[in-house]
Design a protein around this ligand. Sequence first.
Ligand SMILES: NC(=O)c1ccc[n+]([C@@H]2O[C@H](COP(=O)([O-])OP(=O)(O)OC[C@H]3O[C@@H](n4cnc5c(N)ncnc54)[C@H](O)[C@@H]3O)[C@@H](O)[C@H]2O)c1
Length: 462
Amino acid sequence: MDHPTSLSSRRQFLAKASQGAASLSVLSGITLPHVHAAGSDQINIALVGCGGRGTGAASNSLGLKAQTRLIAMADVMENRLEASFNGLSNKHPDRFSVSADAKFIGFDAYKKAIDMLRPNDVVILATPPAFRWVQFQYAISKGVNVFMEKPICVDAPSGKRMLELGKQAAAKGLKVGVGLMCRHCRVRGELFDRIQQGEIGDIILGRAYRLQGPVGTCFTKPRDPKAEPSELLYQIKNFHSFLWASGGAFSDFNIHNIDEICWMKNDFPIEAKATGGRTDRGDYVDQNFDHYSVEYTFRDGTKFWLEGRNAMKTHNEFASYVHGSKGMAIISTAGHFPSKAMTFKGHNKSAKEIIWRGKQPEPNPYDLEWQDLVAAIVDNKPYSEVERGAMASLVTVMGRMSAHSGQAVTFDQLMAHDHEFAPNVDKLTLDGPAPLIADADGKYPTPYPGANGLYEYVVKGA
Ligand SMILES: NC(=O)c1ccc[n+]([C@@H]2O[C@H](COP(=O)([O-])OP(=O)(O)OC[C@H]3O[C@@H](n4cnc5c(N)ncnc54)[C@H](O)[C@@H]3O)[C@@H](O)[C@H]2O)c1
């Protein structure tokens, strides 16, 4: 199977997106003029998943010049919702209108929050990614715009569902942003244009590094049922540890670097060949490896290497580079922002060989992604990042699947694979069971390369 869109149409889409970024940067500094389609200037926001990023995204949305207003909040944990409520109401008192009866708790809370929106308002989906397709589907049925955090799927079946839902949302004219905020970075946008114009020649290699200390959850002791009576909420709280909830630390953290390399290459890879293991993790109660090395191959045969590691006292690097036939480019140097993007005549990061250096200071891409989404809503322009977000999420899954299974995995094989980690994620209840059950020692199945075909783990006795 080919990727869901042809290369040429993807190129056109990306070229337009890049042009859009340039014109929107002009828009971003001024008051948005257009009247909101539902009859007032106000764009109401509902927040689903009131944790760190959800609260941050809501704050970004309330910091816009457009008349945004937070009116509803939903979470499965009351303490998370209350902490977010207090933080946002203090920071944005003029834009905060969440009344006591607009705070919803539970696995169906998202429906109640979305039900408070009018068509053309926006729901923020910032739960762990397992719930993305469930909540996106409901938002589409209610005709509201969506901002959803990355990754937007955790396995191939949920990725295929997101691609299909993206088409349904576009057919309804809904505007959908996906939290790969680096795509909205203006300096990276200029780098993309320069690369497409041949400044460093044809791209022949990508390199990305997410080398850092331990991330996610690193418990050595199993869940204590007295302190954590709900296995399901324990897994949700520690979602980076569980593949069903997040796609694991690999999907959650590496997707940004994978996506920015694919952006510059203007394509998504068709194969992954990866290694990895749990050298440093010992008895950790989670499903992650602590190191991953992925060779991605694009359809023109060129490669992209991703190195991911979570270990103490090792070299730290959080950066992405591309090399062309005439030189190289820095896409990001130390995290998401500022990118400090640059191009060079040769393949060394030598001050003498600099061709171009992105203008500093760079605006915050977490604000820019909201400016772009809301500008599209106000101007009623087509706006969907779903296909691109699903593809980035899926090729991330492809790399992870290759490392966990110990097999080379093509995009076709990935898309044909039926392992859905949590097929009943839309039916979970606060007092119901978790999608993954611990064994008698309180441990969960971990990947074992070579043991289970393309399955990333198997549950004993299942
Ligand atoms: N774009 C970025 O740079 C960036 C940065 C951080 C996190 N993220 C993404 O944001 C998402 C959330 O991450 P986080 O760090 O905020 O996690 P978090 O644990 O701080 O927040 C998640 C919240 O969702 C709630 N929740 C879980 N399941 C729910 C459900 N079914 N319905 C309603 N609420 C539910 C949790 O109780 C919690 O309050 C993840 O997908 C993550 O990858 C993106």
